[in-house]
Design a protein around this ligand. Structure first.
Ligand code: 8LH
Length: 466
């Protein structure tokens, strides 16, 4: 079995000089197209191996599993694996507070940490990600392989327009592109005047590939338009996105495709799960995200029991590293929501797929008068409305004993046409969501634009609670 799985071993290590045959759509043809049952049969012993490694090298996992009498050697069936307790972000924060700075799940010597990244820490103590040198190389290799699947090739210029600091997204994209022997432009984002400069560089350099958050791509298109430059002139072929829902939200995706004339690819799991591109679309299957199950093991689970839900159902992603030796995550609960299927993919890869991407976080879902609303649904609706100005806010507030949802959206319509726009969009949105909505419009370019991940929900009920 493993002889057929190209370079399949733990700890992982790849031939750094390898590049596929230029005519092949696959980096590892067998691994990517093999019978999924055969792949799963190879993954199960690997999971056991990773668990054995984590048990031997971290008191975090040892204590956690001993407490429920879970022994790595017992993981001989999927049934057994699904009972391994999930890891939560709160546990990791606690482990880092008790064992600073990386927590007792580091599993390598602190001196072997090669890259340090972290969460933004806007709400509380940030989490530190310590990634070993060998792991960083393997991450680069995996991302190169996935970028190859997206159609990126050696010699392509890859423009990275995301924050270069603690955020792993930009660094992970860069590492993969470098390993693929691309020319990388680590442009970054977030500094004063940078979007306008990005427009200038894109127009001059005409890169082939582009990485950012979807919100930022739309912001960039707006700024280009203000500067009388058509983003199609950048000549981008592939735009890959991660960090937030958007690239799989139909109207957002179309807005990006229409503005730039490029193929839009969705990818991304979580920073802790780097190689985070292990969920990614491909050139041949550009919609949704495929789950590259031989890099990271993805489960979609019932959010209460953390047992895998059947294909076709909705649940929350739970992730397990198959190759990381530094801070390996074993059944990390994401708190996100998605739906998975297993069907024939046009690109020929035999991975399961998230046909609608990851459409939201469980804690971002708005519960209003007994209904659930995903912020992405509002985005999806508004982007398809004629006269929408490009940005909106969702305000949830309690008036008396009732929760109220106010959607405030920009419009390009002049004063005289506002009330007709408000009436039409308000009632359309209400029937689309199935909940009562108060709809207001404001002038275009008056609401704040995201330079990173967008935050459109203002839940005033939370503020009153504090
Ligand atoms: C997504 C997506 C996506 C992430 N569709 N939601 O960018 C990937 C990594 C580096 C990242 O963003 O990690 P971070 O900052 O830990 O955030 C992870 C969360 O971001 C994840 O749980 C999702 O809620 C969201 N996310 N990529 C939809 N393609």
């Amino acid at each position: 079995m493993s002889a057929q799985m190209e370079e399949w071993h733990f700890p992982a290590g790849y031939d750094q000089s390898y590049l596929p045959d230029p005519s092949s759509p696959y980096w590892f043809p067998h691994r990517e197209t093999m019978d999924p049952e055969e792949r799963n049969a190879a993954v199960l012993p690997r999971l056991r191996e990773v668990m054995e490694y984590a048990y031997a090298n971290s008191s975090f996992y040892k204590d956690k599993w001993d407490a429920v009498d879970c022994k790595p050697a017992d993981i001989t069936s999927w049934e057994a694996f699904e009972q391994v307790p999930v890891v939560t972000k709160a546990e990791m924060r606690q482990a880092q507070a008790d064992h600073p700075p990386f927590g007792d799940y580091l599993c390598i010597e602190p001196t072997d940490v090669h890259h340090i990244h972290g969460t933004s820490g806007t709400t509380g103590q940030p989490t530190a990600f310590g990634i070993g040198r060998r792991d960083w190389e393997v991450i680069a290799d995996n991302h190169a392989r996935i970028l190859w699947g997206m159609g990126v090739r050696p010699g392509d210029t890859v423009f990275v327009a995301a924050l270069f600091s603690l955020y792993l997204g930009s660094w992970g994209a860069m590492a993969g592109a470098e390993r693929l022997r691309c020319r990388v432009l680590p442009f970054g984002a977030g500094a004063q005047g940078m979007t306008s400069r990005a427009v200038n560089w894109l127009a001059r350099l005409k890169p082939t590939a582009f990485y950012a958050t979807p919100s930022y791509a739309l912001r960039l298109a707006e700024v280009a338009e203000q500067e009388k430059i058509d983003p199609r002139e950048f000549g981008l072929k592939v735009m890959f996105f991660s960090g937030e829902p958007g690239a799989s939200v139909p109207t957002v995706r179309k807005a990006i495709e229409d503005a730039f004339g490029a193929t839009v690819i969705d990818c991304g799991t979580m920073a802790e799960m780097t190689p985070f591109m292990s969920a990614s679309a491909t050139a041949g299957t550009p919609d949704g995200m495929l789950l590259w199950q031989d890099i990271v093991w993805h489960e979609v689970c019932d959010p209460d029991t953390f047992r895998t839900v059947p294909f076709g159902s909705e649940g929350t992603p739970v992730y397990t590293h198959l190759e990381r030796t530094s801070q390996p995550m074993i059944r990390l609960a994401s708190n996100d929501l998605t739906r998975w299927v297993l069907e024939d993919n046009p690109c020929g890869r035999t991975y399961p797929k998230l046909p609608d991407g990851v459409y939201g976080r469980i804690d971002d879902m708005i519960h209003i008068r007994g209904e659930n609303v995903y912020p992405t649904e509002v985005d999806n609706y508004l982007r398809g409305v004629e006269g929408y100005g490009g940005e909106h806010q969702i305000i949830v507030r309690r008036t008396g004993s009732m929760d109220e949802m106010i959607v405030r959206a920009e419009t390009t319509h002049p004063e005289g046409r506002r009330s007709e726009f408000e009436q039409r969009t308000g009632s359309g949105l209400q029937s689309f969501l199935g909940v009562r909505v108060t709809f207001e419009s404001v002038d275009a370019n008056t609401l704040e634009r995201a330079e990173h991940k967008s935050r459109r929900v203002v839940d005033e009920r939370e503020h009153t609670k504090r």
